[in-house]
Design a protein around this ligand. Structure first.
Ligand code: PMP
Length: 279
C-alpha cells in the first residue's frame, strides 16, 4: 500500500502533506482527532468514531466542514487511494481551527484544517497478546475535559514515555492518588469478584469506542459489568485486567507496577469474541 494524506479536499503523497506553521493545531493544540482502523479495507465502527469527532468538535465550538457521510466517503476514498482495499490500515484524521496569526481568541476568518492519513496497521499478534503487557501507574495530571478527544496530549505523552522507561506498554492514570481513570491511550478494565469493572463515562475519561464494544460483548457473554472507579485500595483484589483501544484492541495486563496478574480465561474469551467482529 501507499502512504497517503488528504488535506482540505486534496489527496497528496504523505511527504507532501504540509500544514501552515501558524495552524492553531501547532500553536494551541486547538483541534480534535480520531483514529479508525480498517480490517481488509473495511473501516471498523467508523460511524461511531465520526460521531465522537462531531461531539469533540462541538464541545470546543469548532465547526466541522463535512457531514458524517462525507467524512465516511473521504475515509473510503482514502483507503482506495492508498491501495489498501485488501489490507489492514490505520486512518488518522484531525480537525483544527485553521491557520491565523497567533492569538488565543478564536479567529473570525480562519477556515478549519482537516487532514487525514492512511498507513499500514499491524495488530499485536495473538501469541504476544496472550502473554499480556506490563503497566505502571502515573498521576492523572490532565484537564477536566478528558471526554473531548483533543489534540492536547502532553500529559498522555509524558505518561507513555514514563511507561516506556519502566519497560511497560502503558501508564494507568491515577486520579487524586485514589482511583484509576484510564490509561494514557486506552481504557482500563479489571475483573474483581468475577465482575468486570471499568471507570464510568464522565469528563474524566474518553468514551472509548472499543470500551463500548467490550461492554456489548460482556453482555453477550453474560459477564456482569460494574461501571465504577477501580480504587488503588482494590488492586490486590484484581483477578484479571486488560486495556482497550482502537489500535490495541483488547490487550491483557500482566502487571501493574510490582503487582503480577495472570492472563485469564475471561479476558481471553472477550478477545476471541472481538476477533469474530473483525471478519
Ligand atoms: N482513552 C484515551 C486517553 C485514548 O487516547 C484512547 C485512544 N483513542 C482510548 C481511551 C481508547 O479509545 P478508542 O477505543 O476509541 O480507541
Amino acid at each position: 500500500m501507499r502512504q497517503i494524506a488528504f488535506i482540505n479536499g486534496k489527496f497528496l503523497k504523505w511527504e507532501d502533506a504540509l500544514i501552515h506553521a501558524e495552524d492553531r493545531a501547532s500553536n494551541f493544540g486547538d483541534g480534535v482527532y480520531e483514529v479508525v482502523v480498517a480490517y481488509g479495507g473495511k473501516p471498523f465502527h467508523a460511524e461511531a468514531h465520526i460521531e465522537r469527532l462531531l461531539y469533540s468538535a462541538s464541545q470546543i465550538e469548532l465547526p466541522v466542514p463535512y457531514s458524517p457521510d462525507e467524512i465516511l466517503d473521504i475515509i473510503l476514498q482514502a483507503i482506495r487511494e492508498a491501495e489498501a482495499e485488501d489490507e489492514d490500515s490505520m486512518i488518522y484524521f484531525q480537525l483544527s481551527r485553521g491557520f491565523s496569526p497567533r492569538d488565543h481568541v478564536f479567529p473570525e476568518d480562519a477556515e478549519p484544517t482537516f487532514y487525514l492519513t492512511v498507513k499500514p496497521f499491524h495488530p499485536m499478534p495473538m501469541d504476544e497478546r496472550r502473554r499480556g503487557v506490563k503497566t505502571v501507574t502515573y498521576p492523572d495530571i490532565r484537564w477536566a475535559r478528558c471526554d473531548i478527544k483533543s489534540l492536547n496530549l502532553l500529559p498522555n505523552v509524558m505518561a507513555r514515555e514514563y511507561a516506556k522507561r519502566k519497560g511497560a506498554l502503558e501508564s494507568l492514570f491515577v486520579k487524586d492518588g485514589v482511583k484509576i481513570t484510564e490509561a494514557s491511550s486506552s481504557n482500563f478494565f479489571a475483573f474483581i469478584d468475577g465482575r468486570l469493572w471499568t471507570h464510568p463515562l464522565s469528563n474524566e475519561i474518553l468514551s472509548g469506542i472499543t470500551r463500548g464494544i467490550v461492554l456489548k460483548l460482556s453482555k453477550k457473554l453474560g459477564i456482569e459489568v460494574v461501571e465504577r472507579p477501580i480504587l488503588l485500595s482494590m488492586l490486590e483484589e484484581i483477578e484479571e485486567a486488560f486495556i482497550t483501544s482502537t489500535t490495541k484492541e483488547i490487550i491483557p495486563v500482566s502487571s501493574i507496577d510490582s503487582l503480577r496478574l495472570p492472563v485469564g480465561e475471561k479476558t481471553m474469551s472477550l478477545i476471541e469474541e472481538f476477533q469474530k467482529l473483525k471478519k
